[in-house]
Design a protein around this ligand. Structure first.
Ligand code: CTP
Ligand code: CA
Length: 239
């Protein structure tokens, strides 16, 4: 029925979505990771495909039961592990994209020297330990700097721990400007919100640093609202 079939307003549009959380190895059995489940990015891929888009989903460590929601004839899934791997795939795939949405939680650092064998407790002799980290490339900032072209809309996500709505907007505006993206979707996270939750809430900040909207709902509803916002942002620009 009409209720179940969304308008094909993304027909012929190619969408690249990154989702999940990258993992940086410490040794053969351990990694540094984060709490992103990938659900919001998977919902974006599914919603875009349902609206007619051709989608590439760069999936970082997403559980299969979550990834199943993105299975669709117009979605191609490209699995990656680390931030460096994600950067390689994203920079390759961006050439044939009209919209890039970086929904993945990308590790800001990687381990400076990955151990060949398992790190053993006996080697630290009860003294504790520390691990030296190296900064990872900023994939999103790299896209804006190296791959920006007319017709390409670049969208970032920011998960922020904040004390108030005002602080959320302030931090969002600063991050939007720092990254130079066309649109930034910002949500509040904390110990009890944002990750495993079925519901999500986002505010949108556009290239003129205006808050252009806010949405609260299921991850699918939030995904559809974000895609509509992206179309609006594209309409404001000479393509
Ligand atoms: N991002 C990226 N590459 C990184 C880090 C982040 O592409 N190495 C992307 C994320 O996918 C997201 C956006 O940048 O779309 C914002 O990520 P966030 O972690 O909020 O921003 P940072 O610049 O890393 O700032 P901080 O973590 O200090 O808040
Ligand atoms: Ca970060």
């Amino acid at each position: 029925s009409d209720l179940e079939t969304p308008a094909p307003d993304l027909e012929g549009i190619r969408v690249l979505v990154s989702a999940g959380g990258t993992r940086e190895p410490i040794d053969p059995v351990r990694y540094i990771g984060n709490r992103s489940s990938g659900r919001q990015g998977v919902a974006l891929a599914a919603a875009a495909a349902a609206r007619g888009a051709d989608v590439v989903l760069v999936s970082a460590n997403i559980e299969q039961s979550v990834l199943d929601d993105a299975i669709h004839p117009r979605v191609r899934i490209e699995p990656v592990g680390t931030a460096t791997e994600m950067q390689g795939v994203v920079e390759r795939e961006v050439a044939s994209a009209d919209i890039v949405i970086m929904a993945a939680a990308v590790s800001d650092y990687r381990v400076a020297k990955v151990a060949d064998g398992k790190l053993r407790k006996e080697n630290s002799r009860g003294k504790g330990m520390s691990i030296a980290l190296t900064e990872n490339p900023d994939i999103l900032a790299g896209l804006v700097q190296e791959h920006r072209r007319s017709g390409l809309t670049i969208v970032g996500f920011a998960a922020e721990t904040v004390a108030s709505e005002e602080e959320l907007v302030e931090r969002g505006k600063r991050k939007r400007a720092r990254k130079g993206v066309d649109l930034l979707a910002v949500n509040a996270v904390g110990w009890n919100e944002g990750f495993e939750a079925g519901d999500n809430s986002l505010i949108f900040i556009d290239a003129s640093d205006s808050v252009t909207g806010a949405v609260q709902g299921s991850k699918r509803e939030v995904a559809d609202a974000l895609l509509t916002e992206v179309l609006r942002a594209r309409g404001n620009e000479p393509l």
